[in-house]
Design a protein around this ligand. Sequence first.
Ligand SMILES: [Zn+2]
Length: 231
Amino acid sequence: MRETREKKYYRIRAWLFWLLAGGMILLILGAYFKDELYEKWLKSGGMEDITYEGKSRLEDTAECYLCGNSDNSLVGYYRKFDTIGLISLNDWYVLDFRLSCQDENGYERNTEDGTSSTYGNTGEIIYSSESNFHGTMASVEVTLPDDYELKMETLEEHLCQPCLDKVLESLEFRKWKHEKKGAVPLCLVDFKTLEIYSLQDWHRGCLIRDYWVEIEPEGNEITVDAYAIPQ
Ligand SMILES: [Zn+2]
């Protein structure tokens, strides 16, 4: 016995048919140009400058993590040397660039033989640092967590007002208005002058006293190379 299958037809109003066909084409075009459309939308609002303001809640300014002598900050220790460092602001972890330098008495700080390298995980950042034989070049690489976010309270609690202003000023950056982006919770410090330098993603390098610094951000990873300029 042969089965004959009847073909089915739907009656549909012409305007509805064209509406559906048009919608389909728009969907396909949308999927095809998704990235371009997103980019257009992102830039449609223009750019904006993000700045930070904070009010210090530190009562005893002698305990300031930057200019004071708090036992919880390594800045006080490194201040003896005329070198530079990197600060993870969320947990105030201070990394020293292992450059050859002199301490307050003019003595050359011990530089180990060969290259030296250290690495670690502070819970906030993963870092590794390396320096060459003569201590003329050092490199620090920091990886931030995917969802990093600046913890303003830490800074307000442990910095005096002038230091807080200085650190917050270094966090300024520009972004598209529709873009979801926050400040990178890192900065560079000159241990001798206590000047703070930006590590935001627009900053590619600068001269810090006797050191030339190059910054290379890539996603959540930031590499900072520092070179001692021969006197
Ligand atoms: Zn201070």
